[in-house]
Design a protein around this ligand. Structure first.
Ligand code: ZN
Length: 255
């Protein structure tokens, strides 16, 4: 009776959210899988097909053309048409209903913003922006032609880099500081589609737990978080679990 289990868990999660004074969501690749974006890790993940070295910052600085060829293929050709799914919209609906303070996301796909979430902390940056390695000017990728790669800065001629975190780069501020702050201030944390393997992001929910937050986890299978910190586990795809949670919260789920 798995569905009954899910509904019961959703009811427990809803009770925590309603009781909470500050609720944060922490999302990972799993929430975007149903939008057609594969995760980086695991079987079928992007790193089984591409060389992660192409996203190392030192390699990129020395070989921007080579890195950009793959970057363009992954992030700007394949994912360009990805649209938010019901789980993204559900979080935006919770925020509108005053039941969610913010979304901290490890994803760089901009889908929370496209679903109209307003408070989004981009822990790993955003692929929809580019930043100049020469003068730090930032621009939207839609303003830039990717016909010729690597793309260069109109102001200084420097190489443009996607404004997400490459291997070897620090977490961008203020998103890192604000995410840490939320992990201390929130009393309920919803973990959605994140398995607790990526450092330092995986410390955020653990800090929340250490500061007394109740942890609601939504994943298709148990993760590193489940036994360690999770209070209520909704074992289901993000769209299904968030649909149940919205219903239990009494929020209309039709976007
Ligand atoms: Zn520049």
């Amino acid at each position: 009776m798995k569905n009954e289990g899910l509904e019961q868990s959703a009811a427990k999660a809803a009770a925590l959210v309603k009781k909470g004074s500050r609720v944060a969501a922490f999302t990972g690749a799993g929430i975007s899988v149903e939008s057609g974006i594969p995760p980086f890790r695991g079987p079928g993940g992007l790193w089984s097909r591409y060389d992660p070295r192409l996203l190392e910052i030192d390699f990129f600085r020395e070989n921007p053309g080579q890195s950009w060829k793959t970057i363009k293929e992954i992030f700007y050709d394949s994912f360009a048409g990805a649209k938010p799914n019901a789980a993204h919209y559900a979080l935006a609906a919770m925020e509108s209903a005053g039941m969610l303070h913010c979304v901290i996301t490890q994803n760089i796909d901009n889908l929370h913003q496209e679903a109209a979430s307003r408070q989004v902390l981009e822990f790993h940056g955003n692929s929809r922006r580019l930043v100049c390695l020469g003068c730090s000017m930032s621009c939207r990728v839609s303003q830039i032609s990717l016909e010729e790669i690597p793309p260069t800065c109109r102001a200084c001629g420097g190489i443009l880099k996607p404004d997400f975190v490459f291997f070897g780069e620090p977490i961008p501020e203020p998103a890192g500081i604000r995410s840490n702050l939320e992990s201390r201030l929130s009393d309920v944390f919803l973990l959605i589609g994140t398995t607790g393997e990526v450092m330092p992001a995986c410390l955020i929910p653990r800090t929340a737990k250490a500061n007394g937050a109740a942890i609601v986890e939504i994943n298709t299978a148990p993760s590193e978080f489940t036994d360690e910190i999770t209070d209520v586990f909704l074992e289901a795809p993000a769209t299904k679990a968030m649909g149940c949670l919205l219903q239990a919260l009494g929020i209309p789920g039709d976007r």
